[in-house]
Design a protein around this ligand. Sequence first.
Ligand SMILES: [Cu+2]
Length: 363
Amino acid sequence: MRTYARRILLTTSLLTSLYHTPTFADNSRAIDHGPIGVMGDHYHKAGEWMVSARYMRMHMSGNQTGSDTLSDAEVIAQNNAPGRMPGKLSVVPDDMDMDMLMLGAMYAPSDRVTLMAMIMASSKDMGLKSYQPPAMMGMGSGMSASSRDLVGSFSTSTDGIEAISFSGLFRLRESVQSRTHMTVGLQQSLADANATDTVLTPMGTRMRMRLPYSMQIGDEALRLKLAITHVHQSENWVFGGQAGGKFKLDSKPWNFGDSQHYTGWVQRSLNHRLSYSGRLTYERASTLEGMDPMIMAPVQTAIPANYGYRQWRIGVGLNAVIPLLPGAPERLGIEIERPFDVQVNGIQMTPKWRITLGLQKSL
Ligand SMILES: [Cu+2]
């Protein structure tokens, strides 16, 4: 009798545990969303809504060519673009911060399709140094590049609505252990590519001029966004991967190059409400296409050949589920990434770190 009762109890608990085995249908755990820096990592069930806010800061400091660090003296020894005056670079970027705020909404009209809309606003700040222009040919013989004095430091900044995007996330395959989906979207750059600010020229004068490409908030282009995402889970672990890219659909006088990324992550669940992650990313971007004749300061960022890169990044992150407001509990995420093995075209600033903070709420 006792054995019989135990058997029933065992069977019941087994069935209950099977029923409660975490599947992708139960997405209330911290680990059920990917690291916060991954875009479009998950989709939703029919009828679900989610809103999100993400803030990202990217910090760059110093300069490099290829993968070699350059000092200021080495930067101003480089030639300016052919035909431009002065003949050598004379303004050197010191450091740069890019802040981005992304507001998003997701809605699933069916289990197979989730729609996602996102609007992005950015601000960019750059600190620079101006050096005296090189001595003219024939004059100042015997003067070497190192004798070029610092004229002074200055900073420039821009901000604005960067872009809006609409995507569809299409479920391709889903089982208890894994899921795969494809993302197809369009992103329209909204900022006018003509932001200006006051710069300190190598002649020591202050002048308002159109800022270099990297300081512009947008390039006015329409882009196709494609990604494929696969996630596998086993008990308290999640392994995920995403390959994606952005491809320009229409040409403007100038455009930032196309970019692609490959990212893989491992997450471990500490409990229902907390998970941590490690992530490895490879990202590349093509060089800038076209040019703007109004962008002509003797600084590396004003030369289209000094765009395009490839870089690796390693990141660590934390996801938490915390009830703050009524309704479904809020999800909080933080991720810090550090670039390494960065290879750039021409001369560019060196990326140092980026941090992403996010808040998500299902409605
Ligand atoms: Cu969502």
